[in-house]
Design a protein around this ligand. Structure first.
Ligand SMILES: C[S@@+](CC[C@H](N)C(=O)[O-])C[C@H]1O[C@@H](n2cnc3c(N)ncnc32)[C@H](O)[C@@H]1O
Length: 335
């Protein structure tokens, strides 16, 4: 197993607004290059030899942005391998599904954000031929790398926290497969689900989300904040419980404050809110607060980019340290 860590950023990168910073693109081990098989047996590269980077296999990726398309399917010789998008769940080995673990043990190459690669169980790391990780904001180059490695004949898992369908790379992987002129069937594409943060965090504070729930991401990297605000303003008056992802970073402080203001315009200040930082990780912190207290928490360690915030509805209450959102049975049955 060889590990390729391209993380050249500091902790601050997790609070970046994701500009065009890609440390990964110049260090790719797999792209449009001569077809080789290394000593691990992994296949790397396609038949084209054009290269503009320092990659060992000659990836044709820009050194300044992660938005470039590299090799196309036609550049690769031989049969493609398999591509699976695997959700790791909250971050501890016990929180991973058995199917996810099996999928990772079967993969030859595992590709992911550095933090998630670091969360992989030891046996998965030992079993893999290659690990390829990039810092946050390398999503496009990382996913291209995973697809290129697949087109070069490898069995590749691209990993992320929670579930691949929740603010994650499942869709991007399919878009890039298509942009390279191939099909999901050709690479035997599969999504392996994981427990999303909303659910793993909800479990830490009781049962806050048992009815209709809306998820909102405050990351304005891909969706303009004005759109996020209008969506939040549309759902806040309704009875939905709300799971807020990507709640706070230094650059998104105003998004957080605006979100709290919108919620308070439509819900009572004493509505319970579960705040879960790093569920299932070493630095986990869990608190249940009232909506009126929420905004100020943005300035504490509790709320950052590894926090999920669970906002109750007007029915939600707290008993013995647990949030309870009634399911509605009490209106039909005596208990
Ligand atoms: C890019 S989204 C990925 C979501 C992920 N695919 C899922 O299904 O949960 C990242 C956000 O997920 C939430 N998150 C991920 N892991 C978490 C954890 N262990 N504890 C609390 N929140 C978490 C945070 O809101 C974070 O900003």
């Amino acid at each position: 197993m060889s590990t390729e860590n391209t993380d050249t950023t500091t902790e601050a990168s997790t609070e970046s607004d994701c500009g065009a910073t890609s440390a990964a693109s110049t260090e790719s081990k797999c792209g449009a290059s001569t077809d080789t098989t290394d000593e691990t047996g992994s296949k790397c590269g396609a038949s084209s030899s054009s290269s503009s980077s320092s990659s060992g296999c000659g990836a044709s990726k820009s050194e300044t942005t992660d938005e470039n398309v590299s090799a196309a399917a036609a550049d690769f010789e031989g049969e493609p391998g398999r591509l699976v998008a695997v959700g790791l769940g909250p971050g501890h080995a016990e929180g991973m599904t058995q199917r996810a673990k099996t999928a990772l043990l079967e993969a030859e190459h595992i590709v992911g954000y550095t933090t998630y690669i670091d969360l992989l169980p030891d046996e998965v790391v030992e079993q893999a031929d290659e690990l390829y990780d990039t810092p946050m904001c390398g999503e496009v180059s990382r996913t291209e790398e995973a697809v290129d490695r697949t087109l070069a004949g490898n069995h590749v898992a691209i990993v992320g926290s929670g579930d691949p369908n929740v603010y994650a790379l499942g869709g991007l992987a399919l878009e890039i497969v298509e942009s390279k002129g191939t099909t999901p069937s050709a690479v035997d594409f599969e999504v392996v689900p994981g427990v999303p943060a909303a659910q793993s965090c909800a479990a830490r504070v009781g049962a806050p989300l048992v009815n209709d729930t809306v998820t909102v991401s405050l990351s304005d990297h891909l969706t303009p904040m004005a759109d996020i605000e209008s969506r939040l303003a549309a759902v806040a008056p309704e009875g939905f419980t709300i799971a807020i992802y990507n709640p706070w970073s230094r650059k998104r402080r105003e998004n957080w404050e605006r979100c709290c203001d919108i919620l308070l315009e439509h819900r009572s200040a004493d509505v319970p809110v579960g705040v879960v930082h790093g569920a299932g990780r070493e630095d986990e912190q869990v608190e249940i607060v009232e909506l009126g207290e929420l905004k100020a928490l943005g300035e504490t360690d509790l709320v950052d980019m590894t926090t999920t915030v669970l906002v109750g509805n007007e029915e939600t209450y707290v008993r013995d340290g647990r949030m309870v959102t009634p399911r509605g049975y009490e209106s039909k049955y005596d208990y």
